[in-house]
Design a protein around this ligand. Structure first.
Ligand code: SAJ
Length: 433
C-alpha cells in the first residue's frame, strides 16, 4: 500500500460496529468490501439498505453503496487493510469466547499479502491480538509475522477498540479519541496512518495488550460506578430515602459525580466486558466482580418490588414502560427492562401491559402470557399502576396531572415530582396488601 493512494479495505463482521465503520471508511473514499456470514445481511447491504437501527446510518450506507465504495460478500477478498469487528461473547462460566475472532483470521489468511495491515476492533481479552497473530502465522508460514521474527515483518497487526455509544455511533466513530495498540511499534504506526484517514479524534499509539485492557477497563469503570448508584438505591429503599434526591445533592460536591440507578445494567458491553478482566485475574478483581453482582442483583430487587406492588393490588391493571436496554433506542437485547416486564407477564398474565414505542410487537418470551403491547396514551387512560423501566423521552414528558392518581414504581427517576404515596419497601407492600 503506497501512502499516497487510498487503501482497499475489507471489514469482517457487519454488525453494530462493523457496518458503521465500513460505511465511514467508504465515505473517506476507500473502496470497502464488507464481509458477513449472513447471506441476508450481505444482500440487504448490497441493495443499499441496512439491517440494524442507528441514527443516520441508512442514508450513509445508501450513499456509499450507490457510489460503488461499499459492497458486501460472504467471503473476504484481497485488500490492503483488514478490520475485524466480530462478536466476542462469553460462555456460561463467564469465560470469553474468541472463536469468531480466530475464524475471521482464518478466513482472511489465504488472501493476505506482503504489506497488509490487520486490525482487530472486537472487544477482546488481553492477549487475543497475539493469538490472532499466531494463528495467521500458522496459516501463512510464507509471511513474516510481527514479533515473531527479527526481520522486518511482511504484515502489520494491531488492536484498536471502538468506544462508541449506540445512538451516536457515526458521530463518535469520527470524533472519539482512539487507542491503537500494535503488536510492535511499527504495526501501531501502520494502523495509525489508516485511522487518520477517517478519525478526527486523537489517535494514541500503544502496545496491543495495553489497548486490549484499556477497552475492558473503560466498561468496567462504568459498571463499577453504576453499581455504586444501584447499591445506593437499594440502601435508600431500605431506609425510606429518595435516592435521586440524595444523588442530586451529593453531586453538588465539586469532586463527586454519582451515576444514575436503574433496573440493572443492560447492553452487550458493560455487563459483559468486566468478566473478561475477572476471568484473566480472578483473585485480583474482587471489586469488579462484586460490581457485576450488585448490578445483576438490582434486576432481582426490581422484580421483587414490582411483584409485591402488583400482588398488593389484585384488581389493578399494570403498565410496564419500556423494554429497551436504555433510553431512546430500539435495542432490546440483554435488557433488564425486558426481563422485568417478561417476569411480571409470566406471573400476572393479562393484567400486564407493555408500552414500548420502539417495538412493533412484543418479544417472543411474552407469547402466551396474555400481556399486550399498548401505547402510552392507552396506558395512562386504562392502567392503575405504572412501572417505569426505561427513561425514553416520551415517558419523561408525561405531566404529573396524567399520573398523579396512579401507583408509580419509577426505577429510573424520570418523575421526581411524583408524590411518594407508594410504600417503598417490598415488606411494606406485602403488609399494605
Ligand atoms: N446505565 C445506568 N445508569 C447510568 C448509566 C447507564 O443504569 O447512569 C445503564 C443503561 O441504562 C444501560 C447500561 O447501563 O442499561 C449501559 O448503558 P451505557 O449508556 O452506559 O453504555 P452502552 O452499553 O450503550 O455503551 C458502552 C459505552 N461505554 C462507556 O461509556 C464506558 C460505549 O462508549 C462503549 O463503546 C460501549 O459500551 C461498547 O461497545 O463497549
Amino acid at each position: 500500500m503506497k501512502s499516497d493512494t487510498k487503501p482497499n479495505v475489507c471489514v469482517v463482521g457487519l454488525g453494530y460496529i462493523g457496518l458503521p465503520t465500513a460505511a465511514i471508511i467508504a465515505r473517506a473514499g476507500c473502496k470497502v468490501l464488507g464481509v458477513d456470514v449472513s447471506e441476508q445481511v450481505v444482500e440487504t447491504i448490497n441493495r443499499g439498505e441496512i439491517h440494524i437501527e442507528e441514527v443516520d446510518l441508512d442514508g450513509l450506507v445508501q450513499g456509499v453503496v450507490s457510489r460503488g465504495l461499499l459492497s458486501a460478500a460472504t467471503r473476504p477478498e484481497a485488500a490492503d487493510v483488514f478490520v475485524i469487528a466480530v462478536p466476542t461473547p462469553f460462555d456460561d462460566n463467564h469465560a470469553p469466547d474468541i472463536s469468531y475472532v480466530l475464524s475471521a483470521g482464518r478466513a482472511i489468511a489465504p488472501v493476505l499479502k506482503q504489506g497488509d495491515v490487520i486490525i482487530l476492533e472486537s472487544t477482546s481479552p488481553v492477549g487475543t491480538t497475539e493469538q490472532l497473530r499466531d494463528m495467521i502465522c500458522e496459516q501463512r508460514p510464507d509471511l513474516k509475522c510481527p514479533g515473531r521474527t527479527g526481520q522486518t515483518p511482511d504484515i502489520s497487526i494491531a488492536y484498536c477498540p471502538e468506544r462508541v455509544l449506540p445512538g451516536k455511533i457515526l458521530e463518535e466513530l469520527t470524533n472519539n479519541d482512539r487507542s491503537i495498540g500494535g503488536i510492535s511499534p511499527r504495526c501501531a504506526r501502520k494502523a495509525l496512518a489508516f485511522y487518520k484517514r477517517f478519525v478526527r479524534g486523537e489517535c494514541i499509539t500503544t502496545d496491543a495488550r495495553s489497548a486490549e485492557m484499556t477497552k475492558l477497563v473503560e466498561n468496567a469503570y462504568r459498571d463499577v460506578n453504576i453499581a455504586f448508584a444501584n447499591e445506593l438505591s437499594i440502601i435508600s429503599d431500605r431506609m425510606g430515602l429518595d435516592v435521586w434526591e440524595v444523588i442530586r445533592l451529593a453531586n453538588r460536591h465539586p469532586r463527586v459525580n454519582i451515576l444514575q440507578p436503574g433496573p440493572g445494567v443492560g447492553g452487550h458491553c458493560i455487563a459483559v466486558d468486566p468478566w473478561f478482566i475477572v476471568h484473566g485475574a480472578p483473585e485480583e478483581s474482587p471489586l469488579i466482580r462484586t460490581a457485576r453482582g450488585v448490578n445483576d442483583g438490582k434486576i432481582r430487587h426490581v422484580i421483587g418490588h414490582a411483584e409485591a406492588l402488583v400482588e398488593a393490588h389484585p384488581n389493578a391493571r399494570v403498565a410496564c414502560l419500556g423494554l429497551a436496554f436504555k433510553a431512546n433506542i430500539d435495542d432490546f437485547r440483554e435488557s433488564p427492562a425486558r426481563l422485568v416486564a417478561a417476569t411480571l407477564a409470566r406471573k400476572f398474565g393479562s393484567r400486564i401491559q407493555v408500552v414500548e414505542p420502539y417495538a412493533a410487537e412484543l418479544p417472543i418470551e411474552f407469547t402466551g402470557t396474555g400481556a399486550t403491547l399498548i401505547d402510552i396514551d392507552t396506558a395512562l387512560e386504562e392502567c392503575d399502576i405504572l412501572i417505569a423501566l426505561v427513561d425514553h423521552d416520551i415517558f419523561r414528558v408525561v405531566p404529573l396531572a396524567e399520573r398523579a392518581d396512579k401507583l408509580v414504581y419509577d426505577t429510573r427517576g424520570i418523575w421526581p415530582d411524583q408524590p411518594k404515596a407508594v410504600p417503598v419497601l417490598a415488606e411494606d407492600l406485602r403488609l399494605a396488601g
